[in-house]
Write a protein that binds this ligand. Structure first.
Ligand code: SER
Length: 314
């Protein structure tokens, strides 16, 4: 049976993944962790929770040993826009926490999963149908840490045999926990504002197409990949995954199908626009499909319908 330790469990992905993993693997087999312990959060109240400082290797290792985990899902990281504000700090946090997590996985012989991103590509990567294996010269600090992370995961597999696996996530859209400081966040905020004020001012310009995916599909992808037969995995790390690609105008059109009065306007943020311009329009996801059967259920309209329904109830 899997015994899973999750870092960054209070974040956008972690808060929903923790719940899902507890359903799939049983409450007693999932150890959620984060730097702080909020009293009223379901991640803390609905199962096992530990305070883990991912920057402190000894503390991290002690918790992994205490619970005898055999799987580590490392989610704690700074997102792209936040990382551009404090690049040196972002490098320090994203890389030191990752190497600590990999060292813990090596020590306790755990399967290891982490997230790379569309941000691991740069302006010289092919923009459309971006291949699984291609030029990667990211120009953002976030992207640099993600690309270095992909290489580090390959390294721990090749050198130490750690069973590392990862995906390049696109923008993830969800209604439970807000993302913290990313470039694709506009595609989350737009739904909140559509419900609240039937209008949204986008910090990303029209015509800027990026890959996106709805959270339920992202959670399934993580479980599918950690359960995949290792003999089928040619790439192991950093699989391109995505469910759709759209620009702000297209998501606005989708919202208007359900809220006809909805209006989008623009107040472009040059920093986040610059980041978005350096990323792919749409990635080629065939390696993930072929090697471990990646598939998604939500397209743009199906996601819009569910987001608006869930947020109205909220
Ligand atoms: N959603 C992330 C960001 O915008 C991309 O991986 O930073």
């Amino acid at each position: 049976m899997r015994k899973i330790l999750i870092t960054g469990s209070l974040g956008q992905i972690g808060s929903e993944l923790t719940h899902k993993l507890r359903e799939v693997y049983g409450q007693e087999n999932v150890i959620a962790s984060a730097r702080r312990q909020p009293e009223d959060n379901p991640v803390v109240t609905e199962g096992i929770f530990e305070i883990v400082d991912v920057m402190d290797y000894e503390n991290f290792l002690a918790i992994a040993k205490k619970h005898q985990v055999n799987t580590i899902i490392h989610l704690a990281a700074l997102l792209s826009a936040k990382a551009e504000e404090e690049p040196a700090q972002a490098w320090h946090l994203n890389m030191q926490s990752l190497i600590n997590a990999l060292e813990v996985a090596k020590e306790v012989k755990a399967l290891f999963f982490t997230c790379s991103s569309i941000g691991a590509f740069g302006p010289s990567s092919p923009k459309d149908n971006t291949p699984q294996d291609t030029i990667q010269r990211p120009t953002t600090m976030y992207g640099i840490t993600k690309l270095a992370g992909e290489l580090l995961c390959d390294y721990y597999f090749n050198k130490y045999g750690v069973d590392t696996r990862s995906v390049r996530f696109p923008g993830l859209i969800s209604y439970q926990t807000l993302p913290g400081g990313g470039t694709t966040d506009y595609a989350v905020h737009i739904y909140y504002d559509a419900i609240k004020q039937k209008a949204y001012t986008s910090f990303i310009n029209k015509g800027t197409t990026m890959d996106m995916m709805y959270m339920p599909d992202a959670l399934n992808a993580i479980i599918q990949l950690i359960e995949a037969d290792p003999n089928q995995l040619i790439h192991r790390n950093a699989f391109n995954v995505s469910a759709m690609a759209f620009d702000p105008e297209e998501i606005a059109v989708s919202i208007k199908k359900y809220i006809p009065e909805f209006k989008i306007s623009y107040d472009v943020d040059p920093i986040r626009q610059g980041i978005a311009d350096s990323w792919p329009n749409a990635m080629d996801i065939s390696a993930a499909q072929q090697e471990w059967g990646f598939k998604t259920e939500y397209d743009l309209d199906k996601m819009t319908q569910d987001m608006l329904k869930q947020l109205s109830q909220k």
